[in-house]
Design a protein around this ligand. Structure first.
Ligand SMILES: Cc1cc2nc3c(=O)[nH]c(=O)nc-3n(C[C@H](O)[C@H](O)[C@H](O)COP(=O)(O)O)c2cc1C
Length: 180
C-alpha cells in the first residue's frame, strides 16, 4: 500500500458514512488547454491502488482524458480538516471489472447511462429518454476510469500551525514535510 493511503484512510474513517464523504473533485485539461473540474463519486481502490470512478463515455471528460490523461483529484475530509490533492494518470479500464461494477449498480443508477447525451441541449421529448429501458446488459456508455497517482499532497489544518506533507513517486515513494 502506498504510504499516503494510510493517512487518507485514517481521515476517511472520521467522516460520516454518507454519500458526500465519497465526493471528490476531478480536474482535467480540456481540448482548448484550459482547466475543467467537476465532482465525481469515489468508487474504491483497485488491487494496484488506482482510484476508481464511473463515468459516461459521452461526457466531455471522456474526450478530454483520451487526449490528455493527466488529472488531479482534490478530496476534502471536513471532520479531519484535511485536504488531499492527488496527481496522476488515468486510463479507461476495459477489463471484466466493468461488468462486475455494472452488476452492483441499482436499477436507477443503471438507467442514468441511458439518459440523453450529457451536456447537450435539453429537449422536452419523452422519446429522447431511454431511462425506462430494462437494462440487463451493460450500457455501451458506461465507463470505469482508473487513476494511478505519482504525487500526493496532504494539508491538515492543525493548530497553532498547519501541517503539510507530500509524497512523490520515484522508484519508491518519497515523503517530505513542506511548509503549509
Ligand atoms: C455529487 C455529485 C456526484 C457526481 N458523480 C459523478 C460521477 O461519479 N461520475 C460522473 O461522470 N459524473 C458525476 N457527477 C456529474 C459531474 O459533476 C459532471 O456534471 C458530469 O460528469 C459532466 O462533466 P463533464 O462535462 O466535465 O464530463 C456528479 C455530480 C455531483 C453533483
Amino acid at each position: 500500500m502506498p504510504p499516503w493511503l494510510i493517512h487518507l484512510k485514517s481521515a476517511q474513517r472520521k467522516e460520516p458514512r454518507n454519500g458526500s464523504s465519497r465526493w471528490v473533485q476531478l480536474a482535467t485539461i480540456a481540448t482548448d488547454n484550459t482547466p475543467r473540474v467537476r465532482t465525481v463519486v469515489f468508487r474504491g481502490w483497485s488491487e494496484f491502488y488506482e482510484m476508481e470512478i464511473f463515468t459516461d463515455k459521452r461526457s466531455q471528460k471522456y474526450q478530454e482524458l483520451n487526449l490528455n490523461n493527466k488529472v488531479e483529484i482534490c478530496w476534502l475530509f471536513s471532520k479531519a480538516k484535511c485536504q488531499f490533492r492527488l496527481r496522476g494518470k488515468s486510463r479507461f479500464d476495459v477489463s471484466k471489472d466493468n461488468a462486475r461494477y455494472w452488476d452492483q449498480l441499482t436499477e436507477y443508477s443503471k438507467s442514468m447511462w441511458n439518459w440523453p447525451c450529457p451536456g447537450e441541449k435539453y429537449i422536452n421529448n419523452k422519446n429522447n429518454d431511454d431511462s425506462d429501458l430494462k437494462i440487463d446488459v451493460m450500457s455501451k456508455n458506461f465507463s470505469l476510469l482508473k487513476i494511478e497517482f505519482d504525487y500526493v499532497d496532504q494539508l491538515i489544518l492543525t493548530k497553532p500551525t498547519h501541517h503539510r506533507k507530500r509524497w512523490i513517486r520515484k522508484e519508491e515513494w518519497i515523503e517530505e514535510r513542506i511548509n503549509p
